[in-house]
Design a protein around this ligand. Structure first.
Ligand code: ADP
Length: 368
């Protein structure tokens, strides 16, 4: 029997609460103790009962649909340093925890991966400096770690969807539906900036779901001259056919092929100057993250939470840490290290201007 802790880390995403609920209840169902680490890695670094709390079945009542994360999340600089991870190791041992499930984005899971890899040397150091007893050293030789990806960006490799992405996409589509009314009424153009960091998934899918006229995403940039030319040709053609509204979606990470950022205002200037359109910019901002989780995210988070508990009970010191993914509608385990590595190589491919590679490394919807 294990003492299993769940933590949410990085940017909040709808469905994180559902994941916490599923982990807590699946752990208790399997006869384990469940804990919540408050405030992401910050809670591990600080330690103690205020930050590492045992959770009962009833503590997570109502969590299923709620947006955000009730156990808190934070960006934690200390955990990026070995000293921060060393004290985290001690705090976990003090709390008697031997399995950790991290629900977070690629940064959080990179940290989790590093923590597990370093664990043997961390406990060795704690033993050598008499911070932990020989008995604890022998009891906590291995920390089982498992990742469930919580991120609105859908930017993690090897999983088709991350927890929160479909809720955010739904919010974006609703917002654009609202904007449509004004665009149509005044025959206006709207440039809508959406989140996603270095990933264009939200922009791409929102574009398909709202029949946007043009989309700018980081994975498929063109030269400054080319995108302007192409956008104006397409928008001009639609207008000539009698379309009264124009919607252009810009991913927050949109760039030119020279890696220069393209802002929503840059796009607006082109629409105004070259096409003479009455153009407004709408930056959706944090409304994209808020609100209740859509049914898909509740289901995804719940199934993944249950699977994560099974995974930490299965993992032996020799098996690589798993990431719980969804692939072709099946909940599956993937090697965490691999997922983190591929995700990094997308960013590297973009930095090296190898956009074809970036597209092919992204999930299939990008390459089709
Ligand atoms: P996300 O998980 O949403 O990608 P961040 O990249 O901000 O968000 O990561 C969340 C937290 O995970 C950071 O504040 C830090 O504590 C931890 N973290 C991120 N990258 C690393 C790393 N390379 N090594 C150790 N910890 C990391």
């Amino acid at each position: 029997k294990r003492n299993i802790a769940i933590m949410t880390s990085g940017g909040d995403a709808p469905g994180m609460n559902a994941n916490v609920r599923a982990v807590v209840r699946a752990a208790i169902y399997r006869g384990c103790k469940a804990f919540a680490i408050m405030e992401g890695y910050e809670g591990l670094v600080r330690g103690g009962p205020q930050y590492i709390k045992e959770m009962s079945w009833h503590d997570v009542r109502g969590y299923l649909s709620e947006g955000g994360t009730n156990i808190g999340t934070a960006r934690c600089m200390a955990f990026r340093e070995r000293a921060g991870r060393l004290i985290s190791c001690k705090h976990l041992i003090e709390a008697g925890i031997n399995a950790l499930i991290v629900c977070g984005g690629d940064g959080s899971l990179t940290g989790a991966d590093l923590f597990r890899a370093e664990w043997p040397s961390l406990i060795q150091e704690l033993k050598d400096t008499n911070e932990i007893s020989l008995e604890d050293f022998n009891t906590y030789k291995h920390l089982n770690i498992c990742g469930t990806v919580g991120s609105i960006d859908n930017d993690m490799a090897t999983t088709d969807a991350t927890i929160g992405a479909y809720s955010s996409l739904d919010r974006i589509c609703r917002a654009i539906d609202y904007i449509d009314a004004t665009a149509n009424s005044h025959s206006r153009a709207f440039v809508v900036e959406v989140m996603g960091r270095h990933c264009g998934w939200l922009a791409l899918m929102a574009g398909i779901a709202t029949s946007a006229d043009y989309i700018l995403i980081p994975e498929k940039p063109s030269s400054s001259k080319d995108w302007q030319e192409q956008m104006c040709t397409i928008v001009g053609k639609h207008r000539a056919k009698g379309k009264r509204k124009t919607i252009v979606i810009v991913a927050e990470g949109a760039i030119t092929s020279d890696l220069q950022p393209i802002s929503a205002n840059d796009v607006k200037d082109v629409l105004v100057k070259r096409l003479g359109l009455d153009t407004r910019v709408t930056t959706l901002g944090h409304v994209q993250r808020g609100g209740t989780a859509v049914a898909f995210d509740r289901i995804l988070a719940t199934l993944q939470g249950v699977e994560a508990v099974k995974a930490v009970l299965d993992v032996t010191p020799d098996t690589p840490s798993p990431l719980i993914a969804i692939e072709e509608n099946k909940i599956v385990r993937k090697p965490l290290v691999e997922a983190v590595k591929i995700t990094k190589s997308v960013a590297e491919a973009i930095q090296n201007k190898d956009f074809e590679k970036a597209m092919s490394l992204r999930d299939s919807e990008f390459s089709e």
